[in-house]
Design a protein around this ligand. Structure first.
Ligand SMILES: Cc1ncc(C[n+]2csc(CCOP(=O)(O)OP(=O)(O)O)c2C)c(N)n1
Length: 278
């Protein structure tokens, strides 16, 4: 999504490396900053969507001017209070928001059966809006249901939930070892459903792309990956006390006190740089 919205992927890696706290202006890309607190983004999207509705930018005479919000989260997030609150608020206020749950069947080591007794898309009906499950490894089907849900939201029909059913092929993070909690045959069966391989064979069968095209895509992807690795490794380390810079637009006395305490702590080290830490 960030790529489609024109956000340089290295900006996301900056957040993952802990080098910044979100490296782009959401207004520039119509794309919110990454939310680390699982599920909280569903409330942000619901509030934003309620604002869209209050500004009268849904169900107008010119559909091209209507707007909606879409928010992405995982199967584990559906157990969070935030997500359930977002479902309620969006429903009763008919907010133009699409909840897109990427159900990859694991929240780190926690399997789906520890999150829900019913298929996740069915939860929506209890909150009073439509839910649909789509094969999340089918790019075109996923695009179609997303477009439909967004059009309904823009048209004033309120929220919907999309459950894109898929599988997390790798580890959750570099300190997660999935061999401890799932069996190899499960992973093997999902390898056969690889969405990229499926899309590739579809395009070949439809005769809309040939080997030259795929070779050029691969070359572009390899070059992009190499650039991202290089850019990520060469990111400047932030000054330790820069964490205080962007909490509030105009700072606060409490933050100033915290910064002073932190600076004293840093200065207590023998190798503290003369003249501060910047
Ligand atoms: C409120 C909160 N609790 C716990 C965490 C730690 N945490 C990070 S990722 C994760 C699992 C998320 O699983 P899921 O929602 O299924 O998304 P996935 O990463 O599988 O796409 C957890 C518990 C967090 N970031 N925020």
């Amino acid at each position: 999504m960030a790529w489609c919205r024109g956000v340089d992927p290295v900006r996301i890696l900056g957040t993952f490396r802990g080098n910044d706290q979100g490296g782009w202006d959401p207004a520039d890309h119509n794309f919110q900053l990454y939310t680390i607190v699982i599920g909280a983004q569903t409330l942000h999207a619901t509030g934003y969507a309620m604002g869209i509705a209050k500004d009268g930018r849904v169900g107008g005479d010119d559909p091209a001017k209507d707007e909606a919000a879409i928010v992405y989260f995982g199967d584990g997030a559906t157990s969070q209070g935030d997500v359930n609150e977002a479902f309620i608020w969006s429903s009763v206020f008919t907010a133009p928001v699409v909840f897109f749950c990427q159900n990859n069947q694991y929240a780190i080591s926690e399997p789906l059966e520890r999150q829900t007794r019913v298929p996740l898309y069915q939860r929506a009906s209890g909150f009073g809006f439509p839910g649909v499950r789509v094969d999340g490894n089918d790019v075109l089907a996923t695009y179609a249901v997303t477009q439909d849900a967004l059009n309904k939201a823009r048209g004033g029909e309120g929220p919907s939930l999309i459950e894109a059913y898929t599988y997390r092929m790798g580890a959750h993070t570099t300190n997660d070892d999935p061999t401890k909690y799932r069996i190899a045959s499960e992973v093997e069966s999902w390898k056969l459903k690889d969405p990229i391989a499926r899309m590739k064979s579809f395009l070949i069968r439809q005769q809309v792309a040939d080997n030259d095209y795929f070779d050029s895509v691969k070359a572009d992807a390899d070059a992009l990956a190499a650039k991202l690795r290089a850019d990520c490794l060469s990111m400047p380390e932030p000054a330790p006390d820069s964490i205080f810079d962007h909490v509030y637009p105009h700072g606060s006395p409490e933050l100033d006190a915290q910064r002073a305490t932190f600076t004293r702590y840093l200065d207590s080290f023998a190798d503290a740089p003369a003249g501060g830490h910047r």
